[in-house]
Design a protein around this ligand. Structure first.
Ligand code: NAD
Length: 459
């Protein structure tokens, strides 16, 4: 059994049965049957059902958001955005089903066409930090491209995923096409990865587990998308609007209590404006409102679990550095923290803490900023603050990361691609090509000339 705790109170919200390897076997068999019929359906029919699914999510948006507040401690405004992201992505992907098409490539002696075929059954393994959006990023385009999906949510956050599966059925999606199997990573997750009937795995989670899954997939040449960790830079040049950059800094790494793969946890500030930057950033960090995630005014809630709280405490003691406040008593609380005078090679400056903690490091010039920004095994996101457009372009060209923003911290839109360089991942999700990650390309040549059987077929 999986026990779901409210991270703000430590009260038990629900207990959910954990799927076994046999449950995965049965789910894959059901999914394979449903997928055959789904792939044969007209694209417009698949699109219509996905739009109905989006409408169901929209009708239950507040309920889904409240459930996410209870099981994951997300602040209510974010939770509403997350449910809305599922709706929008389903809608967007529905249009993709209607537009997915191959190409006709001119060749001599016949007609050559490419056909984009669905893969079959896709396994989506999701983390606990954004349970709804990340589940949908794999699921919606996979379904739209004609696949069936088995989603394994994280152990701590199965409830919104289970509710989404109910809403899919209510929308009229065929039984077995989208199944949610809560369970342990090492049991249900592993069974999905190793199952010969699962054609592709979409994994979002830690780089450590991602590497294990990559190894298991390599054995079977199983298709794989990986969205892994990050240690993203927030680079503030002296020619930027320094006050605006400083005011935007707290929520660039404190959103979702820092449990965000795109969190800008390395704040790199040009030395000539370092003190000026901190004079604005410090009070902004100190005044972040931490507390009951259901309260509309709250900016930051608790961490997801005791394990995560212990992990954050292993890097930093509450009350160190520039810091805000956090509630006392039950719940997994840690105050917003900004550390200065940190060794750039120390664990807190190089490893993904996944909590409300960032470090500020000074740099000398553009070359030094780029060197520091790239001094990480990760490459997911990053921000560049400057008023010089040429510098913005030069630095965005030089930073090895998949999602950069200039004078902003925005990383995620469902209609633009998302994914990591280096050890932050493999492949891309979202954006105009999202469905392509869930298809095989088949090339078919139809000869129109009488064949000369004395020649090589390639002559
Ligand atoms: P995790 O790796 O511990 O778990 C992720 C999922 O994998 C869970 O569902 C878990 O049950 C499952 N799992 C664990 N072991 C498994 C195994 N051996 N086989 C199959 N499945 C297994 O990660 P987490 O702690 O839940 O999530 C936090 C991590 O996710 C952070 O590192 C964060 O950066 C990363 N993340 C990345 C992105 C991105 O898009 N790049 C987005 C969100 C989170």
């Amino acid at each position: 059994m999986l026990q779901v705790l409210n991270p703000a109170t430590e009260e038990v919200v629900a207990t959910v049965p954990a799927a076994t390897a046999q449950d995965v076997d049965a789910a894959v068999a059901r999914a394979a049957r449903a997928q055959e019929r789904w792939a044969a359906a007209a694209p417009a029919d698949r699109a219509r059902l996905l739009r109905r699914f989006a409408a169901q999510v929209d009708d239950h948006l507040e309920e889904l958001a409240r459930l996410e507040v209870r099981e994951a401690g997300h602040v209510i405004g974010n939770a509403r955005w997350e449910a809305g992201n599922v709706r929008d992505l389903l809608d967007f992907s529905a249009g993709g089903a209607e537009r997915l098409s191959g190409r006709q490539i001119p060749v001599p002696g016949g007609l050559n066409v490419t056909i984009l075929e669905p893969l079959g059954v896709v396994g989506v393994i999701a983390p606990w930090n954004f349970p709804m959006p990340i589940a949908a990023w794999g699921t919606a385009p996979a379904l739209a491209a004609g696949n069936a999906v088995i989603l394994k949510p994280a152990e701590t956050t199965p409830l919104t995923a289970l509710r989404l599966a109910e809403l899919a059925l209510a929308a009229g999606l065929p039984e077995g096409l989208f199944q949610v199997l809560p369970g342990e990573g090492g049991v249900a997750g592993r069974a999905l990865v190793e199952h010969p009937g699962v054609a592709k795995i979409v994994f979002t989670g830690s780089t450590r587990v991602g590497k294990q899954i990559m190894t298991a997939c390599a054995d079977r040449v199983k298709r794989l998308t990986l969205e892994l960790g990050g240690k993203s830079p927030n680079i503030v040049f002296a020619d930027a609007d320094v006050e605006a950059a400083a005011l935007a800094t707290p929520m660039s790494y404190l959103d979702n209590s820092g449990q965000d793969c795109c969190a800008r946890t390395r704040v790199l500030v040009q030395r000539s404006v370092y003190d000026r930057f901190l004079a604005t950033a410090a009070p902004a960090v100190e005044s972040v409102v931490v507390g009951d995630p259901a309260d509309e005014k709250t900016q930051m809630g608790p961490l997801i679990s005791r394990t995560q709280l212990d992990r954050v405490r292993s890097y930093v003691t509450p009350g160190d550095g520039i810091h805000g406040s956090a509630p006392e008593g039950p719940g997994f609380w840690f105050p917003p923290t900004l550390l200065t005078d940190v060794d750039p090679a120390s664990p807190v400056a190089t490893e993904e803490v996944f909590g409300p903690v960032a470090v500020v490091l000074p740099f000398e010039d553009e070359a030094d900023a780029i060197r520091l920004a790239n001094a990480t095994e990760y490459g997911l996101s990053g921000s560049i603050w400057t008023r010089d457009v040429s510098r913005a372009l030069r630095v965005s060209g030089a930073v090895r990361a998949g999602n950069l923003s200039v004078n902003s911290h925005s990383s995620v839109r469902y209609w633009t691609p998302f994914g990591g360089y280096k050890q932050s991942g493999l492949g891309r999700e979202l954006g105009p090509d999202a469905l392509h990650a869930f298809t095989e390309t088949k090339n078919v040549f139809i000869g129109t000339e009488p064949a000369d059987h004395t020649q090589s077929p390639e002559a």
